[in-house]
Design a protein around this ligand. Structure first.
Ligand SMILES: Nc1ncnc2c1ncn2[C@@H]1O[C@H](COP(=O)(O)OP(=O)(O)OP(=O)(O)O)[C@@H](O)[C@H]1O
Ligand SMILES: [Mg+2]
Length: 247
């Protein structure tokens, strides 16, 4: 199983930002989350690795299950041991890369695995291998600030892959990149999909979404309006998604 969410809801104060969200994704699929600004895409993505706690609902991901009940203190909380275990299996890549500026590329990649007890030699070998896979074999000793945006994003993807996650979450990974560089990210995501990793990608860019998606979830105002396979791009079944695709 990949990911299944059942009746997830979330409010910030009086503002309900996600309402009764249910969907499931098979292992190895790439799902894009689309919707206009404020629809709740990032909040939903962050819930998938419990950076945000749902108010209620059930989350199944990476063979772990989390249930939340309204009115109860979030349990497990985002800081619980179980949530930490989840985040080792569910990696995340952000629009702004979030590399540590005071560490070289290699040190950025080695940090988390070494913290978790993997030997430095093993972490280094894995890091070098991933940098090669990302087309950055000569950047191991570079500082993040000396890299282009596209290179930094590939380092961020390599870093997320260091823990061999079962699921990789991306929040607008190409929003800061120009179109040619976006295609490098497309190639990487498609290669990762071929290797069996389950991915969920938030994006505003419909062209990018079409190139990577095997499934699509379209949100409006915190609710799923349309959800299905990538065929929905050519045959949308709601007028709302159809009109979203046209602008
Ligand atoms: N920590 C928070 N506290 C209060 N409100 C929040 C918080 N995080 C998100 N929101 C609100 O929840 C709604 C959904 O936000 P979210 O960031 O999930 O939208 P989004 O679809 O990712 O938008 P964008 O495309 O602009 O990134 C917005 O109205 C936002 O203001
Ligand atoms: Mg967002």
């Amino acid at each position: 199983m990949g990911i299944a969410v059942q009746s997830l809801s979330k409010s910030f104060g009086d503002h309900q930002v996600l309402r009764d969200i249910s969907f499931s994704i098979n292992k190895g699929e790439t799902t894009v989350l689309l919707g206009s600004s404020g629809a709740g895409k990032s909040t939903l993505l962050r819930m998938l690795n419990l950076l945000e706690s749902p108010d209620q609902g059930t989350l199944n991901i990476a063979n772990m299950e989390f249930t939340f009940h309204k009115g109860q203190k979030p349990s497990p909380s985002s800081a619980s041991a179980k949530a930490c275990q989840l985040r080792r299996k569910v990696g995340m890549v952000f629009q702004q890369y979030h590399l540590w500026p005071h560490m070289t590329v290699l040190a950025n990649l080695m940090e988390a695995p070494v913290q978790q007890g993997i030997s430095k030699a093993e972490a280094r070998d894995k890091a070098i291998g991933l940098l090669e896979r990302m087309g950055l074999p000569d950047k191991a000793n570079a500082w993040p600030s000396s890299l282009s945006g596209g290179q930094q994003q590939r380092v961020a993807i390599a870093r997320a892959l260091m823990l061999s996650p079962e699921v990789l979450l991306f929040d607008e990974p190409t929003a800061a990149l120009d179109p040619a560089i976006t295609n490098q990210v497309v190639e990487i995501i498609n290669e990762l999909q071929a290797s069996g990793i389950t991915m969920v990608v938030v994006t505003h860019e419909v062209d990018f979404a079409r190139k990577i998606a095997s499934r699509v979830v379209y949100l409006e105002n915190g609710e799923i309006v349309e959800e299905g396979t990538a065929e929905r791009f050519t045959a949308p079944q709601t007028s709302a998604f159809k009109s979203y695709l046209q602008h």
